[in-house]
Design a protein around this ligand. Structure first.
Ligand code: HEC
Ligand code: HEC
Length: 236
């Protein structure tokens, strides 16, 4: 009888532990509601709060400020939540989003997600071999080092996961597009994933595993190739 009670108590304890691990350790982004909001209200807020750093049209004038135009709204909303909760490293964004309401974050995400990613070509074209290495890594990965092809998750054209909108329960909704993103920003992000600094969501875990396989030369080549996608399109 005593043994039975002991067993019951330990089963309860184990169940409680499992429940707290599942609920507390990370944000599970595999099943998220598609974000909706008021794009016009978002545009109004953006015109006063965001345009100085992210540009009037969501194309940022400074390399360390990411372009937002045409980025997936679901991804943008999740990132804004993260600046608010402090789970992305401290930056200009952290203080900025503190006074904003949840509805503001949704409206801003929908606004920027709806803008055309009409990106200018970078001022300096990188060396051909750097571009070639970046393109190969993106399309094919580097199986010898365990690097998966980026295109599997970010799309052959780097415009997002091909199944992001495949049904309301798509687990790929918050996978970002990388097309034409500023190279300095992309390289910094990849190094942050690699160092383990981003370990808050299920999507962080995925990208951390990828980035830990990348050396510095690969990171720089990938960032250069992604930034030059718009230029390559225009040249064709
Ligand atoms: C003072 C400059 C500044 C202002 C103003 C600013 N941002 Fe940012 N934003 C940044 C910087 C710098 C980063 C990159 C920070 C990092 O590495 O996490 C960033 C990153 C972001 C990201 C993450 C994008 C990604 O690809 O992960 C989003 C979303 C964003 N900003 C939205 C906004 C919105 C919406 C506003 C207005 C409410 C705004 N920002 C105002 C500087 C700014
Ligand atoms: C198995 C799926 C998967 C693969 C493969 C993958 N990624 Fe990602 N990537 C993600 C997810 C999910 C996120 C969003 C993580 C988050 O929320 O911070 C992401 C985010 C990123 C970001 C941040 C974008 C931003 O705007 O801040 C960059 C940069 C990136 N990935 C580059 C790459 C590169 C380069 C490769 C190939 C070497 C790659 N990814 C391969 C799933 C993947």
């Amino acid at each position: 009888m005593k043994r039975l009670r002991l067993l019951a108590v330990s089963v309860l304890a184990v169940t409680a532990l499992a429940a707290s691990a599942a609920a507390g350790d990370f944000v599970d982004l595999r099943r998220i509601e598609p974000v909706s909001g008021d794009a016009a209200a978002g545009a109004q807020k953006a015109a006063t709060l965001c345009f100085a750093c992210h540009g009037a049209d969501g194309i940022s004038p400074v390399p360390m400020f990411p372009n937002l135009a045409g980025q997936r709204a679901d991804y943008l909303y999740q990132e804004l939540l993260r600046y608010k909760s402090g789970s992305r490293p401290e930056s200009a964004m952290t203080a900025l989003v503190q006074p904003l309401e949840d509805a503001d974050l949704r409206n801003l995400a929908v606004h920027y997600g709806g803008l055309a990613p009409d990106l200018p070509a970078p001022a300096e074209a990188p060396a051909q071999e750097v571009l070639a290495r970046g393109g190969t890594l993106f399309r094919e990965g580097d199986p010898a080092r365990g690097v998966p092809p980026c295109q599997g998750c970010h799309g052959a054209d780097a415009k997002g996961h091909p199944l992001a909108d495949a049904g309301a329960d798509s687990p790929y909704r918050a996978y970002p597009l990388l097309y034409g993103q500023h190279p300095a920003y992309v390289a910094t992000r990849l190094r942050d994933y690699r160092s383990g600094a981003l370990a808050h969501t299920s999507n962080d875990f995925i990208m951390t595993a990828v980035a830990q396989r990348l050396d510095d030369a690969s990171i720089d080549a990938l960032a250069a190739w992604l930034a030059n996608l718009p230029a390559q399109r225009q040249a064709r």
